[in-house]
Design a protein. Structure first.
Lengths: 89, 160
């Protein structure tokens, strides 16, 4: 399953937002990918997420597959919204 | 038992910049001090550019030029984050000399920094050096010392 978000953090997904995202996903078993500009990276990799260079205004898709995929996506959405990183779209 | 038969390869991480080594806990930003990004050390830079601490491949150069990621041949991923809140400088004060995909050697100059400008316009010039995939690694930190780029060992990484 997947969810899409519009990134609203003014500096995009740099070190701190990337770390928050990865920390939110890492405790779950499901595999999770972050797709931006047709390029997918593992959402559990800080370097991978930072290397995407996601700017403010970008739309990203997060897709998870595994036994706890729904819980993972809910947690990631909660972090994106409460930390002011983006909004669901 | 089996591990005795494997010669675990050690990766030495050298200092990327001249300055004073500090424990990560002293970086005034919880993303680094609470090791949310991974284990590592920090350097309070004194002078000169950012040099490669390992042999490897550049896997990340921030558009804002304030951070660089390098993957060593053993898979260790290392992030050098120059200063704090330096993302907001939008590249001013930095000049990158390499790009993603480049092979780099130990001590190679990667980024030139106008430390005076960064000091005046960012929260701090303290520069964390983080192993971002440290969950897969065993990291031995060296005692605090003065650092010279490409010479001083900061930490040693071995596979778990």
């Amino acid at each position: 399953m997947e969810k899409s978000f519009k990134i609203t953090a003014s500096e995009g997904i740099h070190a701190r937002p990337a770390t928050l995202l990865v920390s939110s996903a890492t405790p779950y078993k499901a595999d999770v990918q972050l797709t931006y500009n047709n390029k997918s990276v593992n959402l559990k990799s800080i370097m991978g997420v930072m290397a995407q260079g996601i700017p403010a205004g970008a739309v990203v898709t997060i897709s998870a597959e595994g036994p706890d995929e729904a819980e993972l996506l809910n947690k990631v959405e909660e972090v994106i919204v409460t930390q002011g990183l983006g909004e669901k779209c | 038992m089996l591990s005795r038969f494997f010669n675990k390869r050690k990766l030495q991480i050298l200092a990327p910049v001249k300055g004073e080594m500090l424990p990560l806990e002293q970086v005034p930003d919880p993303v680094f001090s609470e090791k949310m990004m991974g284990d590592g050390v920090a350097i309070m830079p004194e002078d000169g550019g950012i040099h490669s601490p390992i042999e490897g491949t550049v896997i990340l150069v921030a558009d804002t030029k304030h951070a660089i990621g390098i993957r060593a041949n053993d898979g260790t991923e290392l992030l050098i984050h120059i200063g704090l809140e330096t993302v907001s400088l939008h590249g001013k004060g930095f000049e990158t000399l390499v790009e993603t995909g480049d092979s780099v050697s130990i001590g190679q100059l990667l980024i030139e920094v106008d430390w005076k400008f960064v000091k005046e316009n960012a929260t701090s010039i303290i520069t964390p050096i983080i192993i971002t995939n440290s969950a897969e690694k065993q990291i031995q930190l060296e005692p605090i010392k003065k650092c010279n780029p490409g010479e001083t060992v900061l930490m040693t990484v071995t596979p778990k």
